[in-house]
Every structure is written in structure tokens, then in C-alpha cells.
Write a protein that binds this ligand. Structure first.
Ligand code: NAD
Ligand code: MG
Length: 395
């Protein structure tokens, strides 16, 4: 028997940056949350430590050999957690009937199917995995409305916009008198660098974000501004907005997490320290508020807030994403897949930093077609774009 308001949570990608922050918030509220499942790709030691601390019913790893190791270790510790392996097991723990809430914090396209499974099963879905909406926004939003799932954005900008909108935003932005969504961007570590210096950026430099500590893929995306491009697409789907209704505002302090501009001239902003536990706690407790372990913003220490327009010449990825969203259809799928391959190749030192945007543009310019009417066609286009991108990396 479960306590009346106890929420049972599955954390997909629990060993990552967002996953770890989620468990931190959960552990502050043992009266409100218990863990159903924890999942990781290959970090089996980290997953073992999390299992010992949070005692989930299920743990999932990618590989069967890793799962066997974890099963053995947990047994030795006298713990009864079930351990399974593979992508289908991720979907199972996302849709399990005993689960109330799913944190979708796997990075990249690998997170799509389990996030979609949670949406189809009508869960409270805390969506960190922006790639899921970029790849299949229409299908995802449809699944949410069909099942009656509660979709709460965890990406800090979208969480901020959600907080700045009227409580009932299903009727569309226009009806609520919204003029524009102002999506803030830190500008990344190379905001002030010359083109010549940007050409020689290393993976270490790209992964050292000035304000946020994040996984490697999103850190590189932040440095190229592709992250803001993916977020623009994400915002279009979440808030039923057009690319023209979204203005990207570079704000180097990352204190304002985004804003909503209304017809009457009002602009409402959400502020806070740059700590993902704020949007995570918001998603977990909505419509209530709980302690996230985060200090109140010290405005005297912040002292000033700066704003500037993004430079799309040095950072072309933002424009590529906006154009892909305008085109619609499979363009965002192609953009996302090519970017994932390019970022991985950059992290492996196979291509330079500037080549990321060039490679994405190149794949987008190749002939592809199809519309996002089925998951199969999305996954087929994703595979096609990966192949094209890999070819370009090898060349
Ligand atoms: P991360 O790299 O730190 O963690 C990723 C997690 O996913 C890990 O638990 C990893 O084991 C798991 N994973 C990776 N590949 C997998 C695969 N093929 N199959 C199954 N599991 C896999 O990433 P992160 O920074 O926590 O980001 C997670 C997601 O949240 C991304 O989509 C990112 O864009 C989004 N996001 C992150 C932040 C942040 O502050 N880190 C902010 C906003 C949005
Ligand atoms: Mg963000």
C-alpha cells in the first residue's frame, strides 16, 4: 500500500548530470517520492551506487554482461532489485503501471522511445531530453494529449517559460495575449572569441561551460549554439509557437532563464541560480513547490544583467535549426541526427569545432523527403542522416 501522495518515479539516464540532480532532489523528500527504476547506458559502477542508496525495484543497463555484473553485486549486498538490459527494458520501466512520474534524462535520440512510452502511458513526464521533441514533436505532443499525460518541461528555459505563462496554456499563445517568447542563451564559452580562435577550439574547452555543469554532448551544443537551436524547436512544440514568435536573447549571466512578452508590453521573467535542481523540483512537485536544495538568488552578488543579440555568423547552428523548423517535415530529424554524429566526431577529435555546423548544413542540403507521420519514418530518416554524416566525417 502506497501513501496517498507518494509519487513513484522512474529516472531514465539516472547517472547523468540531470539524473544525478533529480536523485538529489528526490532524496530531500523521502515522504513524497520513491524510486521505481534507475537506468544507465554503460556506467555500471555509478548505477550500483545509486541502487544501493535509492533501492529501486528495477535497474536497467544497455548491455547484458553489465546487467549480469550489477545483478551479482546487488545480490551480494542483499538487495532485491531486478536488473534488465536493452532499449525495450527502458520502455518497460517508463510505462510500468506502478509508475506515476518519469524523468526523461537520457541524452540524444536514444531517449526518444522511452520518453514516448511514458507519454503514451499517460505519466507525468518530466522532459529533459529535448532531442525527443526535435525528432518527433508532432507525434510526441499527440501522444501526450491522447493519453492525458502531464508534460512538464525540465530544460531550464522552457521550464521558465512554463512558469511565466498563465496556469492554463493549452488554448494557445495568442489567446493568452502572448506576443513573443524570449529564449535566453548564455552564449557559451566562446561568445567573445574571434572566428580564428573558434576554429581551433578543443573538446576540453568546449565542455567547460561558464555557468552550467552538464553532460558532454549538451556542453558542445551550448558552445556551438546548436543547443539554443534545438531549444527553439523544442519551444515551438511545447508552446505551439512559430519560429517567428521566439526571440533568442544572449544573456551571459544565465540568471534569467527565459521570458514571456505579452501584447500589453509586459515582460515576465523567471530568475534563479543556474542549477537544474530548480526546474527538476518544479516538475516533480507541480503545482506545489518544494525545497530543491538551492540558495535564493543573491541579486547584490549578481549585480548586473547583460543582454545582446546572438552572432549567427560565428555561430551558424542556431540559424540552421530555425530554418529546419520553418521547413518542417523531416528537416529537424536530419538536423538532430547529423548534429549528434558531428558532436561525437568532434569529441573524438576526428573533426574540428567549426566543422560541426558545416557538416550539419551539408547533410541538410542533401535530398531527403518524408513527413513525420510515423515513428518508423522518423527512425528511418534518423538512420539515413547518421549515415550521410558519418560518410562526411570519414572523408
Ligand atoms: P549526460 O551525458 O550527463 O547523461 C546522460 C544519461 O543518459 C546517462 O545516465 C547515460 O548513462 C544515459 N545514456 C546515454 N546514452 C544512452 C543510450 N544510448 N541508451 C541509454 N541510456 C543512455 O547528459 P545530461 O547533461 O544529463 O543531459 C540529459 C538530457 O537532458 C539531454 O537531452 C540534454 O539535452 C538535456 N538537458 C540537460 C541539461 C543539463 O544541465 N545537463 C539541461 C537541459 C537539458
Ligand atoms: Mg536549456
Amino acid at each position: 500500500s502506497r501513501l496517498a501522495n507518494m509519487q513513484r518515479v522512474t529516472v531514465l539516464g539516472s547517472t547523468g548530470s540531470v539524473g544525478t540532480s533529480t536523485l538529489d532532489v528526490i532524496s530531500r523528500h523521502p515522504d513524497r517520492y520513491c524510486v521505481h527504476a534507475l537506468t544507465a547506458h554503460t556506467s555500471k559502477e555509478a548505477l550500483l551506487a545509486q541502487c544501493l542508496a535509492h533501492r529501486p525495484a528495477v535497474a536497467v543497463l544497455d548491455d547484458e554482461a553489465d546487467a549480469a555484473w550489477l545483478r551479482q553485486e546487488l545480490k551480494r549486498a542483499g538487495q532485491s532489485t531486478d536488473v534488465s538490459a536493452g532499449p525495450e527494458a527502458l520502455c518497460d520501466v517508463a510505462r510500468d503501471a506502478s509508475v506515476d512520474c518519469v524523468m526523461a534524462a537520457i541524452v540524444g535520440s536514444a531517449g526518444l522511445l522511452p520518453a514516448l512510452a511514458a507519454a503514451e502511458a499517460g505519466k507525468r513526464v518530466l522532459l529533459a531530453n529535448k532531442e525527443a521533441l526535435v525528432m518527433s514533436g508532432a507525434l510526441f505532443m499527440e501522444a501526450v494529449s491522447r493519453s492525458g499525460a502531464t508534460l512538464l518541461p525540465i530544460d531550464s528555459e522552457h521550464n521558465a517559460i512554463y512558469q511565466c505563462l498563465p496556469a492554463e496554456h493549452r488554448g494557445g499563445l495568442v489567446r493568452h495575449g502572448v506576443r513573443q517568447l524570449l529564449l535566453t542563451a548564455s552564449g557559451g564559452p566562446f561568445r567573445t572569441w574571434s572566428q580564428a580562435d573558434i576554429n581551433n577550439v578543443t573538446p576540453e574547452q568546449a565542455c567547460a561551460h561558464p555557468n552550467w555543469s552538464m553532460g558532454r554532448k549538451i556542453s558542445v551544443d551550448s558552445a556551438t549554439l546548436m543547443n539554443k537551436g534545438l531549444e527553439l524547436i523544442e519551444a515551438c512544440w511545447l508552446f505551439d509557437a512559430t519560429p517567428e514568435q521566439i526571440q533568442v536573447v544572449v544573456h551571459p549571466q544565465s540568471v534569467i532563464h527565459s521570458m514571456v512578452a505579452y501584447q500589453d508590453g509586459s515582460v515576465i521573467a523567471q530568475l534563479g541560480n543556474p542549477d537544474m535542481r530548480i526546474p527538476i523540483a518544479y516538475g516533480l512537485a507541480w503545482p506545489e513547490r518544494i525545497d530543491a536544495g538551492v540558495e535564493t538568488l543573491d541579486l547584490f552578488q549578481v549585480a548586473r544583467l547583460d543582454f545582446e543579440a546572438p552572432d549567427e555568423t560565428r555561430f551558424p547552428c542556431l540559424g540552421l535549426a530555425r530554418e529546419a523548423m520553418r521547413q518542417g517535415g523531416m528537416a529537424p530529424v536530419v538536423l538532430n541526427a547529423a548534429n549528434e554524429v558531428a558532436v561525437e566526431a568532434f569529441l573524438q577529435r576526428r573533426i574540428g569545432f567549426t566543422a560541426i555546423g558545416q557538416l550539419v548544413a551539408d547533410v541538410l542540403s542533401r535530398p531527403y523527403q518524408g513527413c513525420v507521420d510515423s515513428l518508423d519514418s522518423v527512425l528511418a530518416t534518423d538512420q539515413w542522416a547518421r549515415q550521410q554524416a558519418l560518410e562526411l566525417v570519414t572523408k
